[in-house]
Every structure is written in C-alpha cells, then in structure tokens.
Design a protein around this ligand. Structure first.
Ligand code: ADP
Ligand code: MG
Length: 353
C-alpha cells in the first residue's frame, strides 16, 4: 500500500502544466499572446532576434515628405497615379501615399488588374495604360539622371524610403517616404543585447535607408533589399550559424520568414492578418520591449520546470527507498506524496507574478 502511494508520479506530472499555464497567463497580462506552451520552450532557447524594418522597428505610419516628378510631369499627376495604384494595398507606404493625395484633394480612379507584389510594390492598369509603383530594378536606374540619383541617395541617407512610379513603361517620378523608429525600439534592442542575444534587421528596403534606421536603433547587422523568400533564406542561415532564431514582423512579406523561424513573433496592432495567423507569439500592444520579456519568461519557464522535475524525482526516490528500508508508515507516505505534488504546483504558480 505504501509503495503504491509513494511511487505514483503525481508530482512529476504536475511539474509541467501549472508552470506553462501560469507563464501563458503572465504573458497575456503583459500583452504577449503565446499560441501554445511549446513556443514558450522555444523562445527560451532563442539566440538570435531578427527584426523586420517597416512597421516593426518603425511605427508603420509613414508620411510622404518629397514628391519629385520627372520631365514633363507634374507633382499632381505623379501623386494621382501613385495613389490610384495604392488605394487597395495594405502596406503602410501605400496608406501614406493615399493620404498625401487626399490631403491635396486629388480625385483618384481605382486602377484595374491590381496586383500586389510583396516586397516590391504594386502593378495595375489606369485608363488603359500599364502602371507600376515600388522599387526599381537595377537596369532601370540607368534611366535616371546623375543629378536625380544624388537626390535619391541623400533622401535615403536621411532614412527615407524612395518609391518610383511608372506609367506606360516610363518612370514619371519618385516619392520619398519617412517613417520614424518606434520610441521603444532602441531600448528593446539594448535589453536583448544585454541578454547576450544577437540582433539583426531584415528589410526589403534599400541598403542606405536600412543603414540609417539601423543606426538610430543601434542594430549593427543588417540584411537589406530582401524579397520575402530571401528573408526565409537569411533566417535559415542564421539558424545554422547561431541556433534558434526569433523573427519579429508585421507584413504579408514577413509571413514566410515568421513561419520558418523557430519562433515567429507578430505585431498585434500593426500586423496584417497573414502575419498574425502565421506567428507563434503576438505582441498585443506592439511594444517591442516585450520581446526581451517573452524570452525571459520562456527561460524562466524551462528553469522552473527543471527544478520541479528534479524536486519531484528526488522526493519519489527518497520515499520509495524509505519504504524498502521499512522506515516509513502510510500517513507519512501520503503526506510526502501529496505534499510534494502540492509544492510543485505552488512553485509553478510563481510564474503568475
Ligand atoms: P520591409 O521588409 O522593410 O517591411 P517590404 O518588404 O514591405 O519592407 O517592402 C520593401 C520595399 O518594397 C519597400 O521599401 C518599397 O520600396 C517596396 N514596396 C513594397 N510594397 C509596396 C507598396 N505597396 N507600394 C510601394 N512600394 C512598395
Ligand atoms: Mg514590415
């Protein structure tokens, strides 16, 4: 009877679940939504944190600062064509362009055959003419005068994103868009670095713009001009080189990387549906400093589970040994068994704090 009581593994079984539930509840109260206990374990083992730029490190509320038409086009035509293409896009850049056009009371036609190309821009047809907005490919840069290239470089060094608009195959001008880093970005990165994490930035934006934003957030390693599938490759490489990677992102273009990373973390308010669906962890208030908190919570969860398992195992082995040596009676066995179960549960509840 004594053996049956003391050898039943209740304390071992109760070592894990209360810890995980308490940690998930703690996360939820701090604006971090874990989609399951497994992600807590994974996030505790993370060695690298990769941040997307637009909408994640930056506020995702960009403003059009410069409208620069080419040759015989006007600012209004450039803005009208650009905003007509962007009317339906969910990208933060698109919203800023539409707002700029609305502020000038320009009348917009919705373009037909609209097609969004994640990490690149938007294609469509406006009054029968093919048009396009977004990045330009390298060979097209030759069509831009040296003087304009100097202006573009200067804008990018100020951390602005430069977007080109094409009408009927011809570049009709460009727009500069400025997005400011989130106020907590720098602090969030400092917290992660203090924890010994490697912090990198992944972006589809140009290298110069990326460098400027990275500098203001204190990130020293950047990967720029990435298409969504290239972000996936970078995540895989980081994983091979350093170990588990957490990817923090918001956009449709981040979804493949969020799915590939050991832990995908999405911005709750700024995030697109696809990002929220794909991620394993969601930051409800978009507060980046919670990334370090989530990692600490994960580490603490693993630590408490290990402590509990060791404690439960030691108690069970001691009680069984005592029983074989005939040193224990039934009431003591029951107290030892129930007591240890109760203690590991209480220890798990510590994570609620
Ligand atoms: P990030 O990786 O920093 O979140 P994206 O991958 O969303 O950036 O976009 C990369 C680049 O592609 C942008 O900097 C911009 O030049 C261009 N781009 C993407 N979507 C759009 C859009 N809807 N309109 C204009 N340009 C876009
Ligand atoms: Mg983004």
């Amino acid at each position: 009877m004594i053996f049956l009581v003391v050898a039943s593994p209740c304390a071992l079984v109760s070592s894990i679940m209360p810890v995980i539930l308490s940690a998930i509840s703690n996360g939820a109260r701090n604006g971090i939504l874990f989609k399951g206990g497994l992600h807590l374990e994974h996030i505790g083992l993370v060695k690298v944190v990769a941040f997307d730029k637009t909408g994640t490190l930056t506020q995702g509320k960009p403003k059009v600062t410069d409208v620069i038409p080419f040759q015989n086009h006007t600012e209004d035509t450039l803005l009208t064509v650009s905003a007509s293409l962007e009317l339906l896009s969910e990208h933060p850049i698109a919203k800023s362009i539409v707002n700029a056009a609305k502020e000038k009371n320009l009348s917009l036609d919705r373009a037909s055959n609209l097609q969004a190309i994640p990490g690149f821009g938007v294609h469509g047809t406006l009054s029968g003419k093919e048009c396009q907005i977004g990045k330009i490919v390298e060979y097209e840069q030759k069509k831009i005068s040296l003087e304009q290239i100097q202006i573009i470089k200067k804008l990018e060094e100020e951390g602005k994103t430069v977007i080109f608009t094409k009408l009927d195959g011809e570049i009709i001008g460009f727009l500069a868009i400025q997005d400011t880093p989130r106020p907590q970005a720098k602090e969030a990165i400092r917290l992660l670095k203090n924890k010994g994490m490697k912090v990198v930035m992944l972006t589809g934006d140009s290298n110069i713009t990326a460098k400027s934003i990275a500098k203001s957030c204190d990130i020293d390693e950047i990967y720029s001009e990435l298409l969504p599938e290239q972000k996936v490759n970078v995540i895989r490489e980081l994983n091979k080189k350093y170990g588990k990677v957490a990817m923090v992102g918001d956009g449709v273009n981040d979804a493949p990387a969020l799915a590939t990373a050991s832990v995908g973390i999405a911005m709750g308010a700024a995030g697109t549906d696809v990002a929220l669906e794909t991620a394993n962890v969601i930051l409800m208030s978009d507060d980046l400093s919670k990334v370090a908190y989530a990692i600490s919570l994960g580490q603490k969860t693993s630590r408490v589970i290990k402590q509990n398992l060791c404690f439960a195992l030691v108690v069970i082995v001691s009680l069984i040994s005592a029983n074989f040596l005939d040193e224990i009676n039934l009431p003591t066995g029951v107290v030892g068994h129930e007591g240890s179960t109760f203690l590991v549960i209480l220890s798990g509840l510590r994570l609620l704090r």
